[in-house]
Design a protein around this ligand. Structure first.
Ligand code: FMN
Length: 197
């Protein structure tokens, strides 16, 4: 199975090859209903005990919170994400109530579960023509304090979403990287019965 420059070694749905993370965004506004359908996809991710520890806080461009959310990103990410249509902060709740318990306990799968939700969002975003781009280059302490997050919530990452724009919007260095990236061979990441370093 091949699409764009990517080839899967084993049969998969083409959506997995078609999703990739652009940096050149067109700068158009995203309707809130469109953004909500991307977040809706995230909602249906699986999670340990169905605790659904993910939370998403967003700002759309040309709205009151846009400049503040752009300021949550590091300088490099701001340089291209300023043309995105929405910035979403992905958060996870680090505690939850096990079945039958009366108090919350630390929840070891909060990041794993939030990661699954981000993956669902990214696939829906790509399928909807509003591709998403995850970002770890963010100011976590600033996000925590400005959004008033309680201690049992972790800032995971930020997500830029927008319509793909022309490559020429990017610096030369970023233009060179503006295409779907390859992957390690399956044999390097999956093995039967034993760990292969
Ligand atoms: C959690 C996470 C953090 C990332 N952080 C950044 C970032 O700070 N800046 C950036 O330009 N890209 C960032 N990326 C994008 C990755 O580099 C990209 O997903 C990876 O190279 C694979 O490319 P693809 O998404 O186009 O398939 C991040 C992606 C993820 C999932």
């Amino acid at each position: 199975m091949s699409t764009n420059s990517r080839t899967a070694d084993h049969p998969i749905d083409k959506q997995f090859l078609e999703r990739w993370s652009p940096r050149a965004y067109s700068g158009e506004e995203i309707p809130e209903t469109t953004l909500k359908s991307l977040l809706e996809a995230a909602r249906w991710a699986p999670s340990s005990y169905n605790a659904q520890p993910w939370r998403f806080i967003y700002a759309r461009r040309n709205t009151a919170h846009w400049d503040q959310f752009l300021g949550f990103l590091n300088e490099f990410n701001q340089s291209w994400a300023k043309n995105a249509s929405a910035i979403v902060i992905a958060i996870s709740k680090t505690t939850a109530l096990p079945p039958g318990a009366s108090t919350e306990v630390p929840w070891p799968t909060h990041s794993f579960d939030a990661g699954a939700a981000w993956g669902y969002l990214a696939l829906q975003a790509s399928a909807s023509g509003w591709p998403a781009h995850g970002m770890a280059g963010i100011h976590k302490d600033k996000i925590r304090s400005e959004l008033g997050l309680p201690d049992n919530y972790a800032v995971e990452a930020a997500i830029a979403i927008g319509k793909q724009g022309d490559k020429s919007l990017l610096s030369e260095q970023m233009q060179e990287r503006e295409s779907p990236s390859p992957r390690k061979p399956l044999a390097e990441i999956a093995s039967e019965g034993k760990f292969i370093p």
